[in-house]
Every structure is written in C-alpha cells, then in structure tokens.
Ligand binder design. Sequence first.
Ligand code: NAD
Length: 434
Amino acid sequence: MKICMIGTGYVGLVSGTCFAELGNQVICTDINKIKIAKLNECVIPIYEPGLEELVKRNFKQGRLKFSSDISSSIKNSDIIFICVGTPTKKKTNSANLKYVFSVTNTIKNNLNKYKVIVTKSTVPVTTGDNLEKILNIKKNKNKFDVISNPEFLREGEAIRDFMYPDRVVVGTGSKKANNIMKNLYLPIIKKKSRYFHTSRRAAELIKYASNAFLAAKITYINELANLCEKSNIDVKDVSIGMGLDERIGDRFLRAGPGYGGSCFPKDTRALVTTAKKFKTNLSIVESVIKSNDNRHKLLASRIIKIMSNNLNNKKISFLGVTFKAGTDDMRESPALNIIPSLIKKGATINYYDPSGPKDIFKSKKIKHCKSIKDACNKADLLIVHTEWNEFKQLNFKKLAQRKNFKVFDMRNLYSPEKMKKNNIKYFSIGRYLI
Ligand code: NAD
C-alpha cells in the first residue's frame, strides 16, 4: 500500500518505518525541513533503540522515503496518517489541535482520489467528526473516510510495541476503510495481536482512557509508597503482592518520581477537559493529576530533608534526567520540576544521562557531564532519577568523595540492606522514612 505519514516525530517516524518494514511504500513528511534533510541522510533525530538500523535498511531498499513536499506526498498515497503533536493548550488544559487542523486543511486541498485519512495522533472525542466536516467540501465528495487508529507504542520500546502490540484499535463506520486498515495490519494481526474494530468516537476515547488508567496505577502505588514510608513497609513487597493478582498485574506498579513524558500528563489533562465539555465528572483522573503534580514538590522537600534542611552550596548529582530509560525525550520529566526547586534553595547540579540531552537547562548552576564519574565528582548527594541499565550496578564506595555523601534512589534500584552494609547513607522511595 502507499502510505503517507504527516508528522515525522516519535510516532510518525517509528510507525512509518515499521509499515515500510512490513512491505509498504511509505513517505514520511514533516514541516520541519531540517529534520527531513537529515533523515534523507539517515540521521535519526531521536534516540530510540533499533530504529536507526530499520530506517537505514528500508531507506536503502526504497520502501521508505522522506519529503517536505506534503501536498504531492498526499496525492501519491492511499492512506494518510496524521501524526502531529497534540500538546496541552495552556489556558484551557485541552488538547491543542491546531497542528491536526492545519494538516487536515492541507489534505482537503489534495484529495485527487479516494483516501483513508487516519488520526494516529491522540485526539479528543469528536475530533474525527470535526475533521470530516473540514474535508467535506463539494469536490471531495466520496473521496475519503476519516478514521481513528490511536497509537499505543512506548518510547524506548517503540519498535517492539508497534510490531507486536496487544491490540490494534480501529474506529470507523466505513466498511471499506475498515477492510483497508485490516489488510494493512494483517501481518501484525497474524502474530496474534487483537484487531478491534469499533466506532470512531470509542477509538478516540480508548486511547485517553488507557493512558489515564495507567497514570492512575502509577499514582496509586506512589501514594501507597508515602504510606509505606511512614509505616516501615517496603513498597516493593506491596507491588509484588498486588501484582501477583492477575486482575491487577504487576506492570506500572513501581513507585518512583511520578509519571512524566509526552503522553500521560497532557492526555490526563485533556481527558478531564473532554469530560467537562460533556458535563461529566472524572474526579478520579482529576485526583491523579493533582497527586502527580504534588509528587514533584513532595520529592523536592524530601531531598531538602535528606540534606538536613541546608542546600546552600551543596553539590547534587542527577543520574538520568529523562522521564524514563530508553529515550531522550525530556517532555514533562519530573527532573524539570525537581531541579529548579533545588537550585532555588542554593544547590548546584551536575547531571549525566546516557541519551545525552545536553542543554535542557539554561543555568550556570546546572552542568551536563559526560560520564557518571564526572557527574558524581565531589557530590554531596547523588540522585538516581532514571532507571537506565548502566545505573543498576554502581560502585558507590568509589563514587563517594565527600564525607557526608548520600544517595537518594528514586527508582529503588538498590537494596537498603546492602547499602547499609557498605556504609552508604541511602534513601529510596516507599521503604524507609528519614
Ligand atoms: P512529536 O512532537 O515528536 O512529532 C510531531 C511532528 O509533527 C514534529 O516533527 C512536527 O514538526 C510535525 N508537524 C507539526 N505540524 C505539522 C504539519 N502541519 N505538517 C507536517 N508536520 C507537522 O510528537 P509525537 O511524540 O510523535 O506525538 C504525535 C502524536 O502521537 C501526539 O498526539 C501524541 O500524543 C501521540 N502519541 C505519542 C506517543 C509517544 O510515545 N510519543 C505514543 C502514542 C501516541
């Protein structure tokens, strides 16, 4: 099939490349001409394990192309995937659909034959209805179906998630469009992924409902971690004990610094706004958002407490700043909230992250370091913020240079007992209160 991806970010690039790998002719487009020029030289703009090899192979074999000529790419394709961003609109907390509408207007002017127009971007319920209205001008009659096919991939595991998803959700009332989509996804469905055909509005809501549910699961265990700290229980035991119940499952039950990233924060906010639009109360999701926002403040005050209420001229090292391992995405990472509040209290920060975001903070008090050793040089406190594999076997005795050296492990990667044995002052999440 001939496919056009509009928006070559995390979702557009990964899904476009995977569709090419499955044997389709794919053209990935973007308004960012520099990005497209680099991709044409096989320079990948994001850190995503395995993506580079896949892009290079499919590019060389001629199935994957990159172009900033969006109009002609639309004309030459049968299926158009809208993959642009839908960030939070600041004033209203709703999803900002300006990029989606802008793309739809471009599609409207380039419908030379029947095409399936797919929203892969996460968009609120009724967006498909609105796109259909925009496209439905006289000359476009019977030339399109607008369908919803939300994407569930996770950054850091994106290729595996795309190729072996739990489910493919397709929302459309059109039999013709559904058949085209089913055919497109056939190689994936054959591998036992469930193809779920539903209404367009339901598909739109499924994406938000799933993300809000996972955000709630993380927030739930984080709140329980607060209780564990006060009642001398190890939250890891609680997670294991709960997760063994198949109705609950053990995933997304790891206490930590709170959820972040490009999806959960914005999607929970947008879902609440959608509910309000339909005069419905989603108090659970509202509480999740509030609790997660508070978590950053709570952890910042915990750090201050660990440092005996004095951060003045204290050197704090962050290991990892991205919201999770396996990505260079800094969007809504907890570190972005925690670090500035430590600076305000007089601390200086060194940070190291394997995916290498180097210039995320514009402050002389924050320094990017090229190695774990450099970041920990003369540190008073080491914070393990992101669960990168290379942080899982650190020799803290070697890293400790200051007499009062302390470790705050926000991912519970280490055993408190072993740390005690090695005389390291160690703090973690949901295990021991200081
Ligand atoms: P992104 O910001 O990484 O990429 C969006 C791209 O769209 C950018 O390259 C931008 O230049 C391009 N763009 C903007 N306006 C355009 C236009 N008019 N024409 C062509 N290109 C344009 O975004 P992303 O993380 O890939 O997310 C895209 C959508 O997918 C969002 O709705 C997001 O919620 C959803 N989603 C993201 C993930 C994820 O893990 N990142 C997972 C599932 C779903």
